[in-house]
Ligand binder design. Sequence first.
Ligand code: PLP
Length: 362
Amino acid sequence: MVDWTNPPRLFIPGPVKVNDDVLQQLARPTLGHRGKEYAQLHGETVDMLKKILFTEQNIFLSTSSASGIWEAAIRNCVDFDEVVLCTCCGAFSDKWADVARSCGRNVEELKVDWGQPTTVEAIDEKLATGQFAAVTLVYNETSTGLTNPVYDISKMMKEKYPDVLVLVDTVSAMVGLPMHFDDLGWDVALASVQKALAIPPGLAVAVVSNRALEKSKSVPGRGYYFDFQQFAKAAEKNQTPTTPAIPHIMALNYQCKKLLVEGMENVWKRHKEMGEFVRAWAKANFGLFCEEQYASNTLTTVKNTKGINVAETIKAVQTKHNTAFGNGYGKLKEQTFRIAHMGDITLDDLKELLAWIDEEIN
Ligand SMILES: Cc1ncc(COP(=O)(O)O)c(C=O)c1O
């Protein structure tokens, strides 16, 4: 019998460990969502997120997981007579293409093998056909632990295809990896809070460019819950269209304050150090699933070169230490395993976990 009230410390790639001080924010007295107190909380949080994400454009707080904003990005930014180029390099980028199709949009996929990055050249070749209104990119593909070269891709798109909208899944990247939304020329960036923001699941952050917002006015069938126009109207009053997950926004406010005190350069550096530490361990004991230059600083996908029984190892660490790390995703199960190093996970946490895995494999 497991006990959900005493769960393992989480090193799976989301949800990740949440510190007690953050959890306490979720227990604050609630606010009326149309009251002045909520407007203050909302405005303050959005202003901090703008600094953290380097944007002066629109930030929407959505009471959904990130998948809701996958749908929102498509339904608001791609018209039915247009084509969206969905770049696919793993389970989550594949799924975004499925979501676009399920919204009735014309999708063309640009696929690479799992573990390979989406390249500037491949996107350039596709966009040169002049066929596409928008591109979907995944900054950090959580199923493979791969970081795509989104800065290079964005630079090329800005120079050569400035009219094509850039829709970016930053779910396991946001705050863990550099992100200068306005300079990159992005139109939508989305993430849920259970990754590097280190908050329990239940809220998503969407950054939306002014031109995406303008375009959405003329795109039919946006629905209601994820309509950017509804979000923008409510945002003028520092509100959300529907009753939001106020406790999560309190926790987000708290986390944003801490991030700004630390400074984003330091936050990214901290994630890089954790990434380097776990990669060094992975290379000494196993191998990396991705080429090192694309290996993520928010999670590591370890290639199971020793042929260990991953599920049994995870079970043993959980039984002895009440700590969990992740098996490989989908078809990569047992061939790989995944260790998160994002948010409020620390180097000391990782040292402990890796020593426990060492005990099981040696
Ligand atoms: C890269 C990526 N995109 C999208 C999602 C879906 O996010 P959510 O479960 O918050 O909808 C995940 C979840 O792990 C993810 O890692």
